[in-house]
Design a protein. Structure first.
Lengths: 113, 111
């Protein structure tokens, strides 16, 4: 009963370092999403994917890249981390139909020093 | 574009009090509406949903009715518990569009 699994759960980086956040879902969902959550800012969509091999920009895509090589995985990359990217990152997935909800992972807490 | 407005709180209630968290929306067409709950240190969990006008979603004592005439989806619970302390998000999804979330409402229930 895994649902959406995010790896790692916590990470501390130095400015300029790179890293990849992994999201995996076992529900055969077509759509996958990456959000960031900051105090007072709610959830902001970074990138999303509507199927294997496709990606699209969300509300705040700058400084991030994504890939969806397999249907069950959605990777979020930071090429050169900046302190402004300190945040909690959530991955979510859903079916394509409008009446279907998103399912969220437990988040990755990322600090950039 | 589509949007969701909800009271930001924080809302502080005593145990067994009645809860209402207001949510109104703006959307083209007929969106599906959702309430999510986020407990400290966790991701968002679906609490309930409604997919057409006059539908009532319910779960764990929480209820919300899809009111198309007032474009609202207010969350209610008759008697809150300390364990209901969390952040509650109202959200919508319109056809062919991404999910749109409200800013969240923090609820604190005191014993």
């Amino acid at each position: 009963n895994a649902g959406v699994t995010q790896t790692p759960k916590f990470r501390v980086l130095k400015t300029g370092q790179s890293m990849t956040l992994l999201c995996a879902q076992d529900m055969n969902h077509e759509y996958m999403y990456w959000y960031r959550q900051d105090p007072g800012m709610g959830l902001r969509l970074i990138h999303y994917s509507v199927g294997e091999g496709t990606t699209a920009k969300g509300e705040v895509p700058d400084g991030y890249n994504v890939s969806r090589l397999k249907k069950q995985n959605f990777l979020l990359g930071l090429e050169s981390a900046a302190p402004s990217q300190t945040s909690v990152y959530f991955c979510a997935s859903s079916y394509g139909q409008t009446n279907q909800p998103q399912h969220f992972g437990d988040g990755t807490r990322l600090s950039i020093l | 574009g589509d949007s969701v407005t909800q009271m930001e709180g924080p809302v502080t209630l005593s145990e067994e009090a009645f809860l209402t968290i207001n949510c109104t929306y703006t959307a083209t067409g007929y969106p599906s509406l959702f309430w999510y709950v986020q407990y400290p240190g966790e991701g968002l969990q679906l609490l309930l949903k409604a997919t057409k006008a006059d539908d009532k979603g319910s779960n764990k004592g929480f209820e919300a009715t899809y009111r198309k005439e007032t474009t609202s989806f207010h969350l209610e619970k008759g008697s809150v518990q300390v364990s209901d302390s969390a952040v509650y998000f109202c959200a919508l999804r319109a056809y062919g569009q991404n999910f749109v979330f409200g800013p969240g409402t923090r609820l604190s229930v005191l014993p």
